[in-house]
Design a protein around this ligand. Sequence first.
Ligand code: 6CS
Length: 316
Amino acid sequence: DTWRYAFEEALEEVQGKYAQKFKEEIEANSDHEVQLFPFGTLGESADTMEQAQAGILQFVDQSPGFTGALIPEAQVFFVPYLLPQDQETLFEFFRNSVAINEMFPELYAEQGLELLTMFPEGEVCMTTQEPVRSPEDLNEVKFRVMTNPLLVESYEAFGAVPTPLPWGEVYGALQTGIIQGQENPGFFLESTKMYEVTDVITCIGHNNFTTAVMANKDFYDGLQEADQLLIQDATAAAFEYILEYQQGLQEESLDKIREAKPEMEINILSEEERQPFMETATQVEEAFIGMAGESGQEILDQLKQDLEDARQATSG
Ligand code: 6CS
């Protein structure tokens, strides 16, 4: 039989690399076939999520950036400066987080989804037309964010005019000037040629792009135990593969951008310059609790504990 798996990026981008490895593992260890549907083949992220919930797709990769309405708690990944910048700590966190591995699966299950894994895709940087050295520089900048209410809060707190859009509209909206900025991890800025339609990259260390892979729950629950194990093993293998794949990827991607467009301005803000952006974290955290309630608070507390544990484990 054939299992259908959709993701939000191209085949050679991070989600695609993960999906290819998952497919390879499943097919090497069983008679099942996995058919991959990269971004654009089945619509936007909101469309593929509906298809996964309806059981038309067996697997889907959807980022919390688009899961806000469905699972408000998943917006926790948009509290700025929550995730560590240090890659070793970050990976340790994703491997062992109780919030991710035990709490989120229950919330996804309520939406008919079996959460298989979450993984990071790289530090998120802004691309804009003008340099950004402080929140004042974002004043009146129409800044595209994923369709996620907390991300809107966050960019409002950063001083911008947040404009939620699905991914497919971003390049054109920058080109025509409907928006003047957007954010994404380094590899994606390079592969989607954001440097063709913006002139400045600004990294303020506020986030790492998190994504989630899930299965339709009825499909998953209906499988024999051997097939569930097969899926779990393939998930674990692809997870380790994708972390390895990302070693050094951010720097390489920024270098490729410099090569493709030497006049691109790339600014990594100093600790001092980051300060006013960092100060928005409390306010955005409060907004998160407002949106996700008690269960959001529990997730946030656990996540902070998990981050502390990851820091301890990787220190020294
Ligand atoms: O910004 C977005 O909408 C897209 N960014 C990434 C890195 N992956 C998929 C998502 O749709």
